[in-house]
Design a protein around this ligand. Structure first.
Ligand code: SF4
Length: 268
């Protein structure tokens, strides 16, 4: 994202009462405007979330990143497939678990995830296959116990996310002949309470070039805001966006199955 696009985002944020700005990307911290943007959003009095891949905290050029995030009270959300090295490394690559634990310890040492600290550290789990995640509450208890026992690491919340049938996961479903079965599972687990809380109802995703989407999943599919709503941050208009009709598709069953799923985990 260029500085011009970041500035358009700031202008849009300033016009609204949007409480939270959630920054994501492969490693958003590497964007040269990242720190300036965080400071500007905080100056507007809004909460900032950094979707952090953890290993970025160990890159020598980012040695002061953890301190920067702590100083600005940036909430950290980091994906961790498992509390075991075998599963995490199998999914993410050799050595990722060790690096993640080192980064988590570094964050804990700065107060992240500690009881009574304002510095929030959340982890995200999604199943490694064509099934729905177990209950968020029970998995969180297990993750907390095991992360503390094995590594001495603490964190605030575990978010469980249902795998949405798009991208590489869709390819996996097709390749393994699981697509039909998985879609049936999602559809039969449809939960009206989860549908009421889908994240597209209270968020917008802004792409690197300023294109607007109803959610991250639509962004991955390049399905832009439509039905007459503006689809670029330069045309931001809160009234039209607030009343926009959301663009949906079969992948939406991933958000409405069971306890629901969003960037913030189970929703119902
Ligand atoms: S995938 Fe569909 S239901 Fe889920 S957040 Fe996006 S638009 Fe909404």
């Amino acid at each position: 994202m260029t500085q011009d696009t970041f500035e358009l985002c700031l202008k849009a944020i300033a016009q609204t009462d949007v409480p939270t700005v959630d920054i994501t990307g492969g490693a958003p911290e590497l964007n040269p405007h990242f720190r300036w943007f965080v400071e500007e959003v905080r100056a507007l009095g809004r909460h900032v979330i950094d979707r952090c891949n953890l290993t970025i905290l160990l890159v020598p050029s980012q040695a002061d990143l953890a301190d920067f995030l702590a100083t600005h009270h940036v909430e950290i959300v980091a994906s961790l497939p498992s509390f075991t090295a075998t599963q995490t490394d199998a999914q993410r690559g050799e050595g990722v678990m060790d690096a993640s634990v080192e980064a988590l310890r570094l964050l804990n040492a700065r107060g992240y995830g500690q009881p009574d600290s304002p510095l929030i550290l959340n982890l995200v789990y999604n199943p490694n296959g064509a099934y729905l995640p177990a209950s968020q509450e029970s998995l969180e208890v297990r993750f907390k116990r095991e992360m503390q026992r094995r590594y001495g690491v603490v964190f605030n919340n575990l978010f469980t996310i249902t795998n949405i049938p798009i991208g590489r996961f869709l390819e996996f479903l097709v390749d393994t002949g699981n697509l039909q079965g998985y879609m049936k599972r999602l559809i039969s687990a449809f939960n009206p309470a989860a549908a009421r809380h889908v994240m597209c109802r209270n968020m917008l995703s802004i792409g690197w070039d300023g294109t607007m989407f109803d959610c991250d999943f639509n962004q991955m599919l390049d399905i832009q805001c439509n039905h007459g709503a503006p689809n670029h941050i330069r045309d931001f208009d809160i009234t039209r966006l607030r009343h926009r009709r959301i663009v949906t598709g079969p992948h939406c069953y991933g958000c409405t199955a069971g306890a629901g799923s969003s960037c913030g985990g189970a929703t119902a």
